[in-house]
Every structure is written in C-alpha cells, then in structure tokens.
Design a protein around this ligand. Structure first.
Ligand code: ADP
Ligand code: MG
Length: 349
C-alpha cells in the first residue's frame, strides 16, 4: 500500500492550512511528518484518513483515488488504520474486548475474532493483560492496546497522530523501540506525525518537514540533518549555527568559503556559486583546539552544561552569529579559544 498526495490544499475560513502539499509514501515505508504545533499535521492526517474533505488536489491510496475534486471516499472505504494522540479506548471493555471490537463489528466469526485478538495482543506483548480494563494500565500499555486494535483491523496502512505525546520520557524511548519492531513485523505503510524531532530521527525511513502548511523537504533523517534545504529546516532540526560567509571558489560538490576576520579558507560540501552564502555548522563540525592549528579564534559568550559536555556560544570576530561549540571542560566567561572546522553545509541560495 502506498500513499500519494498530489498538490493537496485545505482551507479553513481564509487560512490555507495545507498549501500545495505533494508527497509519496512508498509501500512499507515508515514516513514521519515533523513540524511545529499548528503547522497542519493533524489536518494532513485527517484528509488522508477521510475525516475531512480537501479543497484542492488529490489523494491516492494504493493507486486508487480516494479524495479529489468531487470525490470523497468515507474513512471505512479507505482501508487505513488510525491511532490518535488521545487513544480512545472503551473504558468498560477489557483490553481483549477493545482489540476484538473492530473485528466483531466487521462481522467476523467468533473463532477468527479470538484468534486475531490473541495474535495482536501477543505482537504488542500484552497477552498477560487481556482481561484488565484500560484504567488499570499504564499510559504506554494503553497506547499498545490502541496499536493492537489498529493491527486487528488488518490495516496495511497505519496513520498515527502524535501517539507518544502523552507518555513519560522514559516510556517514550521504550515505545519508540516497540513501534520500530512493530513496523518491521507488520510491514505496514506507516505515516507518523510528531512535533518531536528526536522521535522523528529515531523512527523514520524518511522525514517530511511541514512548515506553515507547506512541505519544505522530505528526505532520509541523515540528509535532513546534514543537508537541509533552507534555514527553516536547518533551524528546526538539530542544533548548530548559521553564519554568513564568502564563497571564494566552487567546484562540483565542494566550495571554499572564507569566514571570520582572519580570512581562513575552509572546504564545504555544497553546490553553489562564488558570492555570499549561509553556512550551517553543526556542533560536531567544530573542534576546539589550542592556538596553533586554530583556523578561527573566538571568545566564550555563554555556556551551559548539557550532561557530558558544555555547550558554548563562541563569538568570532567578523562572523554575524556566534558558533555553537561543545567543550569537554567548563569554560570561563570570556575565555579565548581556538577553533578548527571539520566540515560545513552551505544552504542552497
Ligand atoms: P497541528 O496538528 O500541526 O498542530 P492542525 O492541523 O491541527 O495543526 O491545525 C492547523 C491549523 O488549522 C491551525 O491553525 C488550526 O487552528 C487550524 N484548524 C484545524 N482544524 C480546524 C477547523 N476544524 N476549523 C478551523 N481551523 C482549523
Ligand atoms: Mg495535531
């Protein structure tokens, strides 16, 4: 099962909540849509699942048009399972009852209902809890019941809207692993929505960045992190600094940039022309060193202990923004340090 969105538009009142969104999710792919609150993530999911009609473009599931101008298939005709952030379970039913419910309403035989329910509970490792009520489970366990229920429907396409947002941090990590394992086992095409970049990195085959209703970039996590297409993506994903530099020479794939007053030339990955450009430096691109061997020198403006390292803003003369540098020891305020650059990424103009 694949999902394809072709120039999808959704308007609420005067607001274009989704503006010309096109993307294709391959069969079996774990695709994460990442973006800040209010950017249109839930709306996107509601359009795909059929809970909301669209105002332009079209949506295809497994090659079949399910939404387009004048066409709107009902959710149950689309064959997708949905897990929402507030995983509504029936409080009066047992865990097994909740999982069996969609099978029973679909009119399956009693033996099939029992067999599928047991299988799905085993997949999410909740067999021991089959007879409990949702109220007697932890948040993570309830989430797994919602997943099992989604599995029981036999959906080969699963949409998840921030399903881990209500969980404690330590449970989230465990649930991320379970979701990954679950995805491998079920091979279901999965669309997962989150505002948490760490979660997106941990789970995704590909991440799409949604920003103010527009899709900015869809790529593998490593590409999104190392080669963001613009400032929004660079700033939203990971950490680092963006400074203005002068590109002195550019060949295929490599550019030489001059940064700081010292005028050091540094080779960067890029596809760009000589001129002024924005250089992204992740903390791991910058190495603190002694005066000899330093390409740049700067002064520590501020530092915070992050556990295992100190994160410092280092002001370098001639740069329009401080560089974020990771240091092993606590620097003194105003301390002078030498820096060497390993690499960098020039944002496309
Ligand atoms: P996200 O899930 O990324 O936080 P949503 O898709 O829920 O964002 O909302 C995107 C925008 O659309 C927000 O500005 C929200 O206020 C607006 N919106 C969502 N649903 C409706 C609705 N039913 N009527 C009017 N505006 C809506
Ligand atoms: Mg939402």
């Amino acid at each position: 099962m694949s999902i394809k969105l072709d120039q999808v538009v959704k308007v609420f009142g005067t607001q274009r909540v989704l503006d010309d969104v096109s993307l294709t999710i391959a069969e079996g792919e774990f695709f994460v849509v990442l973006g800040p609150s209010g950017c249109g993530k839930s709306t996107l999911l509601r359009l795909i699942s059929g809970l909301e009609p669209l105002d332009g473009g079209r949506i295809l599931i497994n090659g079949r048009e399910v939404a387009a101008s004048g066409l709107h298939l009902a959710p149950e005709q689309r064959g997708v399972g949905v897990v929402f952030q507030s995983y509504a379970l029936w409080p009066h039913m047992t865990v097994a009852g909740n999982v069996a419910f969609p099978l029973e309403t679909a009119g399956r035989s009693r033996s099939e209902v029992t067999r599928r329910t047991e299988e799905c509970l085993a997949t999410v490792e909740l067999t021991r809890f089959a007879d409990r009520k949702p109220a007697d489970l932890s948040g993570g366990q309830r989430q797994r019941v919602a997943l099992a229920r989604c599995l029981a429907q036999g959906a080969s396409t699963i949409l998840m809207d921030e399903p881990l947002a209500n969980l404690d941090p330590h449970l989230r990590g465990a649930m991320e692993e379970e979701l990954s394992a679950f995805h491998k086992a079920s091979a279901a095409t999965t669309l997962f929505i989150t505002h948490d970049q760490r979660e997106a990195m941990a789970l995704a085959d590909r991440i799409a960045i949604l920003w103010d209703g527009r899709l900015l970039q869809a790529d593998a996590p490593e590409v999104i992190y190392r080669r963001p297409r613009n400032r929004h993506v660079a700033g939203f994903i990971g950490q680092g600094s963006i400074v203005t530099v002068r590109v002195t020479a550019a060949e295929a794939g490599t550019a030489h940039v001059r940064l700081g007053k010292a005028g050091q030339d540094v080779a960067c990955v890029a596809d760009t022309q000589p001129g002024t450009a924005a250089l992204l430096l992740r903390p791991e691109d910058i190495e603190a060193c002694g005066d000899e061997g330093a390409q740049l020198c700067g002064r520590v403006e501020r530092s915070v202990y992050r556990g295992g390292f100190h994160e410092a803003d280092v002001a370098v003369e001639g740069l329009d923004a401080p560089l974020m540098v990771r240091l092993a020891g606590r620097p003194a305020a105003g301390e002078r340090i030498g820096l060497r650059l390993r690499s960098g990424w020039l944002l496309p103009a």
